[in-house]
Design a protein around this ligand. Structure first.
Ligand code: DQA
Length: 141
């Protein structure tokens, strides 16, 4: 199985960006952790600060019928377009929404997600383990 792991805006800044909220791991550390947990499974790892580039990767996953693990960053709370793209994946292999921080314990605007209603599941507040948990879900199904 191939699994697409998508990270949205500002997640390339992990390790430098608000470490009191997001921790000291870099995105490279997160990728290494996911790959170690994936064993022989193929992981396609992609980060972008651009909505359209993320959407194009989601289209690729829909065409290939790949499950998606996505941390949409700030687009979680703003992007109808990303949700529309992910709706196709939701009808197929499915996606899990991951947040490093517990968005429910933060500002009110972070407590609404355009994506959660169509996600298989949502993991928030477990740091990079959230990606590993989402991976475990897809490997078990
Ligand atoms: C985030 C939470 C979002 O609210 C925020 O905009 C991010 C990161 C997280 O991983 O906790 O960029 O998705």
């Amino acid at each position: 199985m191939t699994i697409l792991v998508l990270n949205g805006p500002n997640l390339n800044r992990l390790g430098k960006r608000q470490p009191e909220i997001y921790g000291s791991e870099t995105l490279q550390d997160v990728e290494t952790r996911i790959r170690a947990a994936a064993g022989e499974e193929e992981i396609v790892f992609f980060q972008s600060n651009h909505e359209g580039e993320l959407i194009e990767q989601v289209h690729r996953a829909a065409d290939e019928r790949w499950p998606v693990i996505i941390n949409p960053g700030g687009f979680t709370h703003t992007s109808v377009a990303l949700r529309d793209a992910l709706a196709e994946v939701a009808d197929g292999a499915g996606f899990v929404e991951v947040h490093l921080s517990n968005v429910h314990a933060r500002e009110a605007f972070r407590q609404h997600s355009y994506l959660s209603p169509i996600a298989r599941g949502v993991i928030a507040g477990l740091g990079s383990y959230g990606y590993v948990a989402a991976l475990g879900y897809f490997l078990a199904h």
